[in-house]
Each structure stands twice: as structure tokens, then as C-alpha cells.
Design a protein. Structure first.
Length: 116
């Protein structure tokens, strides 16, 4: 079983570790089953489409550099997570505490700033 995010801030680190390992299923496990992920040109929703997106993304073996995770903003069982990325971009995500106390993303915007 893959490590679970014990704190919302763990999600970004786990993403980089799993993406660099080519672990598509591990990436999908970071999201709630009906989560929404922003992708180029729109968004995908649900584990099957998130899995399909990451399988295509990781097919060529890209490497992901860790960014500078920011402290999560928490309100009850919700948290806003974000990471400052190398190159000046940032991510923004909404995570939810799960019944077992772990955290998973509900909404993920991996690129906040438009290119250019």
C-alpha cells in the first residue's frame, strides 16, 4: 500500500515521488474518486480520466522537480494547498481529510499562471 498523506502538505511531495517513479496508480490514489483535475484545454473528472491523463503524461518518462510547498490553509476538513514551482509558476489544490485521517485532493490546478 502506498504512503498516505498524513497532512495536506504531504500531497505535493508524494506527487513528485510517484510521478518520477512512473507510478500512475499512486498518483490516482492522491485524488478522491470524483476529483477534478485541470488539464491543457480543460479539465477531467473522476479516477478513470485522471488515470488516463497521467498514463499519457508519464509515458515518455518526464522528470518532475520538487517545488516549494506552501503551508496549507485549513478550514475544518478542507485545505488549500499550493506549491511554488521552478520557473515561476505555481499550483493550487483543494484537499479533503478522509475518514481515516489522511488527505486527498478534490480539485487540482497544476498550473495557476498562463504561459508566456
Amino acid at each position: 500500500m502506498s504512503e498516505r498523506a498524513r497532512q495536506p502538505e504531504d500531497l505535493g511531495r508524494l506527487f513528485v515521488e510517484r510521478a518520477n517513479a512512473g507510478d500512475v496508480e499512486g498518483l490516482v490514489a492522491l485524488y478522491e474518486p470524483d476529483a477534478v483535475l485541470a488539464v491543457p484545454g480543460g479539465q477531467v473528472q473522476g479516477a478513470a480520466l485522471i488515470r488516463e491523463f497521467y498514463a499519457k503524461l508519464l509515458a515518455d518518462g518526464p522528470r518532475f522537480a520538487p517545488g516549494e510547498g506552501q503551508p496549507a490553509l485549513r478550514k475544518g476538513n478542507l485545505a488549500l494547498t499550493s506549491t511554488l514551482l521552478p520557473g515561476g509558476n505555481a499550483t493550487a489544490e483543494v484537499a479533503r481529510r478522509q475518514p481515516d485521517g489522511s488527505w486527498r485532493w478534490v480539485v487540482d490546478q497544476p498550473t495557476v499562471l498562463p504561459p508566456g
